[in-house]
Design a protein around this ligand. Structure first.
Ligand code: IPE
Ligand code: IPE
Ligand code: MG
Length: 249
């Protein structure tokens, strides 16, 4: 388990290395479906296939943490039918995949505000966490009803609840670290967004501070092994400086 002292903002990873932590906004399912005159949910279903393949590839490449944005706190603004179908798809995928993931030694984490998710999903998530918590392979984190602002606020509020004495002192970055949703993981090295938009959409706001950003027009259902390889190759060419000069690195 990575200690937080190995956070990317403290230790500079070697140029050319495989990113330890990859975070992805999986965007473009709806447009993929529309191009084929299919309902949007067909794009989401096809997107789940991409996830399955990508998890395998990430494991083979030696990526330690893969974090996927599946449903944002703003996605509730979509038509209720689409929201309902996305939740159902999430339940089905979790039910169908959890044993296979466990066998592959994947440690599954779901982050986000679970309160509005419904009892069935909450129970499935709790069971999945319990089943896979001691696994030593890839840590797969799926963000569901997640928002970066929510994450920072819930961390501050929890910290203050558990340490009322801090109300009158100055909170430091490290105080907050363990209360953030990804507190125990190193910060993402590589961020990928598919689907052509170049924005963060309230994903990991705190954690992406020094992450390398990669945007591609490829729609999520079309994002294949070659696309992932290209993103990693782009990352491997970059010199990360974290505020230092190029000569220091
Ligand atoms: C991403 O694909 C999946 C979710 C946000 C749930 P979209 O559904 O946003 O696809 P586009 O952007 O409409 O193509
Ligand atoms: C971001 O995609 C959220 C997920 C992929 C889950 P959206 O398609 O919802 O993003 P915006 O709203 O267009 O920025
Ligand atoms: Mg979208």
């Amino acid at each position: 388990m990575a200690a937080m002292t190995s956070s990317s903002t403290r230790v500079i990873p070697t140029t050319g290395a495989i990113p330890r932590h990859v975070a992805i906004i999986m965007d473009g399912n709806g447009r993929w479906a529309r191009q084929r005159l299919l309902p949007r949910i067909a794009g989401h279903r096809r997107g789940s296939e991409t996830v399955r393949k990508l998890v395998q590839q990430a494991t083979q490449l030696g990526v330690e943490y893969l974090t996927l944005f599946a449903f944002s706190s703003e996605n509730w603004r979509r038509p209720p039918e689409e929201v309902g179908m996305l939740m159902q798809l999430f339940v089905t995928n979790l039910e169908n995949e959890i044993q296979r993931m466990h066998a592959a030694k994947i440690r599954l984490r779901i982050i986000g505000d679970q309160a509005p998710l419904g009892l069935r999903l909450q129970t499935l998530i709790a069971d999945a966490h319990q089943l896979t918590q001691n696994n030593t392979g890839l840590t797969l984190t799926v963000a569901v009803n997640y928002g970066g602002r929510w994450d920072i606020l819930q961390a501050v509020n929890r910290l203050l609840r558990e340490h009322p004495e801090k109300q009158h002192s100055t909170i430091q970055e490290l105080d907050l670290q363990s209360y953030l949703s990804m507190g125990e993981a190193p910060e993402p090295d590589l961020f990928i967004r598919t689907g052509g938009e170049q924005r963060i959409s309230n994903f990991l706001l705190w954690q992406l501070a020094y992450t390398e950003l990669y945007f591609t027009d490829t729609l999520w259902p079309d994002f294949d092994a070659k696309s992932f390889q290209q993103a990693i190759e782009s990352y491997q060419k970059r010199e990360r400086r974290f505020g230092r000069t190029g000569d220091q690195c």
